[in-house]
Design a protein around this ligand. Sequence first.
Ligand SMILES: [Cu+2]
Length: 131
Amino acid sequence: MKIVTASVLLAVIVATASALPAHAAATDYAFEPVNAEARNGAGSEIAVRLVHKPSGKPVAGAVIFRTRLDMSPDSMESMTTTVEPLTESEPGVYKFKADFTMAGGWALKLQAKVQGEPETVQGTVVFTAKE
Ligand SMILES: [Cu+2]
């Protein structure tokens, strides 16, 4: 039964490794909509707030390096449109210009680098584009 013992031991090691604090750190951050309702159409402004969950404080100076805007909330994940970053309008609030092409639910998927956090922070914010 030596093999069984080894695999149990391995499972314990894997479980312990996934509980390391480094993993918890990136999940300490959350992206939230400033206003979940958006105007449908080209050049619509949307904004997200990046929050450090344990302190509840906004996170300024994050570098959002990847975005994707798609209609996955309405089961149209392949329907994407352009989204262009604008300035950080106030600390922790990041604005974008979105070219919505259809009324309904849109998911803004973000990847960001936060100062002092080695892991990439990821988030999804759902907006509803309305006529
Ligand atoms: Cu659609």
